[in-house]
Structure formats: C-alpha cells, structure tokens
Design a binder for this molecule. Structure first.
Ligand SMILES: [Fe+2]
Length: 262
C-alpha cells in the first residue's frame, strides 16, 4: 500500500464520510506496518483540496462578526469545525507532498490527520446535538493559502503551519474556553480540552521536524524562522502567546523570548 497514493486519494475526496474512512484506513495501515514509503507517483499541486459542497467559502472579512447570542456561539463552533476539517487536509498534504523524508515523518503526519478527524467528529457531533451540522454557515476560505504558499519546501511548511498557524490555536483556546464556560454550550470546554491536548502534540511534531531539517541543512533555526516569518507573514507574530502551552509543545526558551520580542 503506497502512502502517497493513499494520502492523495483521501486529500482530494469531497465526501466527509469517505474522507474520514480513508484517513482511518491510512492510520490503521500505518499501525500495522503495511505502508510502503517509496515515492512512485508524481507530485501534483492542489489548488483546492477535497471538501463538501457546503459550507460556502467566503473571504474572511465578509464573515459577520460573531456575537454572544446562542446562534453566535453556534457560529463560533461551526468555525472551529471548519478549522478541524481543514486540518485533516493540511496533515494529508504534508504526508503527500514532501518526499524522501524518514518514514517517521509520514507516520507522524498520518497520526495528526487521524487526530484531526477525531476533532472534526467531536465538534460536528456536538453541532448535530444542537440541531446544526457542518456546512450550515459560511466559512472562510483563507485556511488553505498557507499550505499552497509553503508547497515549495518542507522546512517552510513545518515553520509556518504547525509552528505558526496551529500554535496560534494554542494561544486562542483558553480565551475561547472562557467564553463557552459562560454560555449554554459548556460541553465545548471539555471538547476543547481534548483538542488542545492533541494540538500540543501536533505543534511538537512541527517543532521536531523543523529543528531536524535545520540541523540536517546546517541552518540556524532562529535565523531561518525569522526569514520565513518575514517572507510569509511580513510582520512580527502577534501575541498574546500561551507560553505554558507553547513550552509543552517544545518551543525553546530562546524561541519564546524571540516571540515576546525580548
Ligand atoms: Fe485539530
């Protein structure tokens, strides 16, 4: 079973159910040592990964500001659901796109894809309990952009996606949990606890591979990261940062000082 062919098939599949099944199979094959990690197929660029017809994707700015009413909170939950769905594709793309890495790289990102599937299910089930589902609201279309922007190099992908985008999720979670605590959607606090724990692992995986690649290429990780932030973000990363969460995800003391501008 070729890992790249299976990851590609899951990535481009538009059906939620089929994508979940394909990722689950991929994860099972990985656990049973049935995967072949030799690259055989050509790498295609993927402008749009597989996703269901709904939600309609709109430019970030045109998504109305979410309020604290029940529907406003449901919209927030829907936005998290969308992030989790995208995260499945993001992890699959990391598996599919970058060749000649150690087997562990693919195994790590398959694990991430599988955990993102669990997150998506958790949130979508909770939406269902409240008589909503993924696709009921518009969602923003910007989440895939950084994936395409970092297609050119696995080092850039590891720097920008797990270490910046996913790490921002760690920063934001406690604040969002606070909002849910004082709402009619308290079970979200616990759901986000589960997700947060896994996300720390995902950022950790990103840190591991980023640092490993820097070492292999004889690059100073701090300098490279700063250059990549300048190239892809164009400004300093903005806090507030969840320092404790980032520490758990293996950001070094030097990196945390860099983030805080000290
Ligand atoms: Fe997730």
């Amino acid at each position: 079973m070729n890992v790249f062919e299976l990851a590609y098939t899951a990535l481009i599949n538009n059906s939620i159910k089929e994508k979940i099944d394909l990722v689950t199979k991929l994860n099972n094959y990985k656990n049973s040592n049935l995967l072949d990690y030799q690259s055989s197929c050509h790498i295609k660029s993927i402008a749009d990964p597989g996703r269901p017809e709904k939600p309609d994707l709109v430019r970030f700015k045109s998504v109305p500001k979410r309020d604290k009413s029940d529907v406003g909170m449901i919209k927030t939950i829907h936005a998290i659901c969308h992030i989790e769905f995208n995260a499945i594709n993001l992890a699959l793309d990391a598996v599919y796109r970058f060749r000649d890495m150690e087997d562990k790289f693919y195994q790590d990102w398959i694990r991430v894809a599988f955990e993102e599937v669990q997150h998506f299910i958790l949130i979508n089930d909770y939406l269902n309990k409240n008589n909503y589902k993924y696709g009921d609201f518009e969602a923003h279309n910007g989440l895939w952009k950084m994936t395409i922007d970092t297609d050119y190099d696995v080092l850039a992908r590891m720097a920008l996606v797990p270490r910046v985008l996913e790490a921002r999720g760690l920063d934001a979670t406690p604040k969002i949990q606070k909002r849910f605590k004082n709402s009619n959607f308290k079970p979200m606090v616990e759901i986000l606890d589960v997700i947060f724990k896994d996300e720390i692992g995902h950022v950790k995986i990103g840190n591991y591979w980023f640092n490993r690649l820097c070492k292999q290429r004889n690059l100073d990780s701090m300098v490279v990261f700063d250059q990549l932030i300048e190239r892809h973000i164009g400004e300093k990363l903005r806090g507030p940062f969840n320092i404790e969460g980032r520490k758990l995800a293996n950001f070094s003391k030097t990196e945390l000082e860099y983030l805080q501008g000290t």
